[in-house]
Design a protein around this ligand. Sequence first.
Ligand SMILES: NC(=O)c1ccc[n+]([C@@H]2O[C@H](COP(=O)([O-])OP(=O)(O)OC[C@H]3O[C@@H](n4cnc5c(N)ncnc54)[C@H](OP(=O)(O)O)[C@@H]3O)[C@@H](O)[C@H]2O)c1
Length: 513
Amino acid sequence: MLIGSIHCCLNNFFHFGYWFADKLFCLEGSPKSKVQTRLFWDSMSLIHIVVSLISQFYSNLFIFLRPKWEGGEYEGDDKQRFEALCLAMELGAEYVDVELKVADDFVRLISEKKPDNFKLIISSHNYQSTPSSEELSSLVARIQAAGADIVKIATTAVDIVDVTRMFQVIVHCHVPMIGLVMGERGLISRLLCPKFGGYLTFGTLGVGKESAPGQPTISDLLNVYNIRQIGADTKIFGIVGKPVGHSKSPVLLNAAFKSVGLDAVYVPLLVDDLVNFLNAYSSTDFAGFSCTIPHKEAAVGCCDKVDPIAKSIGAVNTIIRRPSDGKLIGYNTDYVGAISAIEDGIRGSQGVGKETVSPLAGKVFVIIGAGGAGKALAYGAKEKGAKVVIANRTYERARELANLIGGHALTLAELETFHPEDGMILANTTSIGMQPNVNETPISKLALGSYSVVFDAVYTPKATRLLREAEESGATVVSGLEMFIRQAMGQFELFTNLTAPENLMRDTAMRYT
Ligand SMILES: NC(=O)c1ccc[n+]([C@@H]2O[C@H](COP(=O)([O-])OP(=O)(O)OC[C@H]3O[C@@H](n4cnc5c(N)ncnc54)[C@H](OP(=O)(O)O)[C@@H]3O)[C@@H](O)[C@H]2O)c1
């Protein structure tokens, strides 16, 4: 499996890429600045200089000059472009990529000149959608017939389900194939490429340097997703959400899998429709999922069986596919993660150890939000003997939840003056204050004076505006990061049946948030 690429826009006319296998780890020490310098020579000098220069440092050189009409930057004529690509081949570039539409002309040009180790990639790009499996298969056949040593097809994901068609085609392709689905919804086509037998995947040197939508960084491919360890037998886990890009679960769970030597990878899954997603990714290779906004409640109805606590909460944040029969079983690890974090935060601030009576017992426990996390906290606080109050943007949902657990409901406006007693506990379970909206807060600083303990489920950033203002008001604060670590440990144990490596997960969470 070959991975890695650098795509450098050298000037307005040329997109230039190269990839390398053996020397990937040299990347950080490579002469990046030289490669990325803007060059203004004509195409032949450019190719001559750059190919000669880079081939001193890297093997497996991969060259393309993508024309505007195929989504690239090259605006010149094909004659000059083909001469440049031909020169690259003669200078030792091992791979040259040309577009299917002009492949016949290029194949004619290089016939009888092809060096032994040279491979021609013939590519097709679709920036709108991903065609049906039949259309993709017939495209593969046309690319093969045009004389490709390697077939390359890049399409666009309108929905994450589109990626399944690309995986299917790669698995059945008889020639080496690069099959990638562009866009955030197509990310798993890039991360799981070795699992399904793709010839290579592309990575960028850094965020903002992508040559196509949705490319991960080389550093994430290697260090977060451990792509070198992914193979046909690797089990896939992932976090299902929308949005999902902010989640640190992939960092945490991949590090934990690696530490126990598990052949598994954990990926972000940007999912619009949970039912469609679970139907499409129904193979036992997809062994388990975390659920986040906005799918936790819908997940209850998608599982074949739901753990009684998750059922009482009305939200599932963990789904495992039971190996014996493939049935989906739903759990909730948010409840224990959040409640134990708040209890330990209070005990820590009071300097007391673990007692049988919960420090939540008898307290007014105000929860902002009535979604998945809100339900988990409401259930947990009630279990611990607190007097639960729910405040939510949609008052109707606050009332439903309050009725369900035997609590009291408020509008967000009423929350501002709600002060039945001192020393109350407040928990934000909305996404207010989450990156990028870090200046937002769900309650005024003035109203925070009524609370002795404030918890925020939001953990990106770690110190939200709510927590900063609560601390300034003299409250004990409990970060959502603590809940995050604890719920992730619970998920790890459900996914693997192993004890979670707590220290490693804590260190990793601290490092990446
Ligand atoms: N630290 C952790 O481990 C952890 C675990 C789980 C969740 N979380 C965080 O908790 C938050 C909620 O997650 P969830 O899964 O419970 O989501 P969810 O089921 O979609 O519920 C979202 C809740 O937030 C409210 N809300 C959303 N945007 C709002 C806004 N602009 N103003 C007022 N209220 C708003 C919604 O009110 P409506 O009912 O009116 O729509 C709903 O009550 C997310 O930020 C998530 O990252 C953290």
